[in-house]
Design a protein around this ligand. Structure first.
Ligand SMILES: Nc1ncnc2c1ncn2[C@@H]1O[C@H](COP(=O)(O)OP(=O)(O)OP(=O)(O)O)[C@@H](O)[C@H]1O
Length: 382
């Protein structure tokens, strides 16, 4: 048997310095550089929220519902993003996963460096208390009825400081917690109601106190599921303005699910979910003012998933009768999508002996830069 050359172990010099001079590159150095390079280019490495091919399947009574079907989403630090979509498209499912209340069936999700599917019960509890704040649609679900507004805001700080043990110390002591609660209520325009219980507050005031509760522990992210769903338009605008203030003044990243197009028009980025996947997103260049007015015109973009797939909206495909396939053509600065011709039965038969596969046919039209024969003849001079 031929002896194999022994590989140096990671961390040992690939070539030792002959003159005892400068240290040469080791295999360990190369490995570290390769790992750093991989992390740098990993999907969503610079994002605060990164969902990669997220799948959530609910099963029961022999029926399976695929609520999320390989959803990709990146949200960067400091963004205020609205999540819209038809009923049943998967918005709440996504938010529950990001809140640490549910786990995905497949795919990965990370928030502020926390790998959500990998969290154990203890980490999950810490995550829910410190890393994310949550606002529910039902005002009554956000606040404890027997505590005042200020006590409701101080409660998450007490719980995270000492697990609710009486007299427990922590990052913020009693007086500091009360001070912070008042600061937050002031920021959200409800400081005058600090001593009142939820039943004494209007729906809009309750939701603003709920935002303060969600912000109490300086979370990296605030998630809100239809926070204005139970409110009239004027009150919804006020509550949304409070969310925007939290985003702009505290820099908190906020992801808000809404059905209300007036609300979604007040953010710079609106991501639309269709059939459990992100389908389009609208970006606005001019931010709305304090009252929610004068937002810049939005431009809608179709999202491309990690495998290069995009969903063509029915408003585009229906008028052109686009169904099974399209022709993609690579142009210097864009890709052209044209309806593929209908398949004729003879085209689906095997090619006759001696003919090259695909010769003279449409060729499926899938190659970038590929052109069908008719086109080429059309464009050739003479
Ligand atoms: N616990 C569950 N068990 C079974 N199916 C569920 C469960 N939760 C959600 N689903 C299903 O998953 C799909 C997505 O639901 P989800 O609530 O995420 O949608 P949504 O976009 O938030 O809808 P809505 O806007 O009406 O709240 C729906 O078909 C729903 O019926």
């Amino acid at each position: 048997m031929t002896p194999q050359p022994r590989q140096p172990r990671p961390g040992t010099p690939a070539s030792a310095p002959a003159d005892g001079g400068e240290r040469t590159t080791t295999l360990g150095d190369l490995e570290r550089r390769a790992t750093a390079g991989r992390q740098e280019h990993a999907y969503g490495a610079d994002a605060l929220i990164a969902c990669d091919r997220l799948v959530r399947i609910f099963s029961g009574d022999g029926v399976e519902v695929q609520a999320l079907q390989g959803l990709d989403l990146l949200v960067h630090k400091g963004e205020l993003t609205a999540l819209v979509g038809a009923s049943g498209s998967g918005k709440s499912t996504l938010l529950n996963i990001l809140a640490g209340l549910d786990t995905p069936s497949a795919g990965s999700a990370s928030v502020a460096g926390h790998d959500l599917p990998a969290m154990d019960a203890r980490t999950r509890l810490h995550y829910r208390r410190k890393v994310v704040g949550f606002i529910w649609q039902r005002t009554a679900r956000n606040l404890l009825p027997y505590l005042t507004a200020a006590q409701n805001v101080a409660l998450p700080m007490t719980l995270s400081a000492g697990g609710g043990r009486p007299g427990a110390g922590g990052p913020r002591r009693g007086r500091a917690r009360a001070g912070r609660a008042l600061e937050l209520l002031d920021l959200l325009g409800v400081a005058d109601h600090a001593g009142q219980r939820p039943a004494q507050l209007s729906g809009g005031q309750q939701q603003r106190v709920a935002i303060a509760v969600a912000l109490a522990n300086d979370p990296s992210v605030v998630l809100a599921d239809e926070p204005t769903g139970e409110l009239d338009t004027a009150t919804a605008t006020e509550v949304f303005a409070a969310l925007r203030r939290a985003n702009s003044e505290l820099g908190t990243t906020i992801l808000v699910v809404t059905h209300d197009s007036a609300v979604s028009a007040q953010v710079n980025r609106t991501v639309s979910i269709r059939d459990g996947r992100t389908s389009t997103e609208t970006l606005r260049t001019v931010a709305p003012d304090e009252e929610g007015g004068a937002a810049g015109a939005g431009r809608e973009y179709t999202t491309i998933d990690r495998s290069g797939r995009l969903q063509l909206p029915p408003e585009f495909t229906t008028p052109l009768a686009i169904r099974d396939r399209v022709l993609l053509e690579l142009r210097p600065d864009h890709i052209q999508v044209r309806p593929g011709e209908r398949t004729r039965p003879e085209e689906t038969q095997a090619p006759a002996a001696g003919t090259e596969p695909g010769a003279g046919s449409e060729g499926g039209g899938s190659g970038a830069g590929g052109k069908d024969t008719a086109d080429r003849q059309e464009e050739e001079p003479g």
